[in-house]
Design a protein around this ligand. Structure first.
Ligand code: SF4
Length: 180
């Protein structure tokens, strides 16, 4: 059965429906997120299960994975990120076009997890901004789906102008990320 997405809030009458541009764009973005899976270890396997027919991420419009940063808007980091890998992850983030969102999937991506060692990055938010953290070692597919739904919520409600705001630019600058 095909389930249609609910229309955004608006004013409806016979033969017309009016709403704001922000809400229409938010609805479209939220239901067509293209994930880039940056999977380095075991959490990536849970993501594979999330994509499988049982959990079926396609229900959320996110079945189209992208391994090219330029055609993705949801960076999903899954696994242990070694410090040597940090610059690569940052470059992938840089190459993604705005608007873009980031999920840290699992304990390793969120905080380094059990690997409190000299070689492991203690959380990807040391180098790139993170929108949603999914706890667990590893998190179950249901938790990953909840993380994606939280991103959908952000995408749906985000103002079109947020990415041009001084606050957003300052946040990127705090990560030494160039703003255009
Ligand atoms: S959080 Fe646990 S399951 Fe996920 S990558 Fe780290 S060690 Fe593996």
């Amino acid at each position: 059965m095909v389930k249609m997405v609910d229309a955004p809030e608006g004013i409806e009458g016979q033969g017309f429906f009016a709403t704001s541009l922000d809400k229409v764009i938010g609805m479209a973005r939220a239901n067509s997120l293209w994930p880039l899976p940056f999977a380095t270890s075991c959490c990536g396997i849970e993501f594979m299960a999330t994509m499988g027919s049982n959990y079926d991420l396609a229900r959320f419009g996110s079945e189209r994975l992208s391994f090219s940063p330029r055609q993705a808007d949801l960076l999903m980091v899954m696994g242990t990120i070694a410090k040597k890998m940090g610059p690569v992850l940052k470059q992938v983030y840089d190459q993604m076009a705005e608007p873009k969102w980031v999920i840290a999937v699992g304990a390793c991506a969120s905080s380094g997890g059990i690997f409190d060692t000299y070689s492991v990055l203690q959380g990807i938010d040391r180098i790139i901004p993170v929108d949603v953290y999914v706890p667990g070692c590893p998190p179950r597919p249901e938790q990953i789906i909840e993380g994606v739904m939280k991103i959908q919520d952000l995408a749906r409600k985000e103002s079109l102008r947020r990415r041009n705001s001084d606050e957003y630019k300052k946040m990127l600058e705090s990560y030494n990320i160039e703003t255009q």
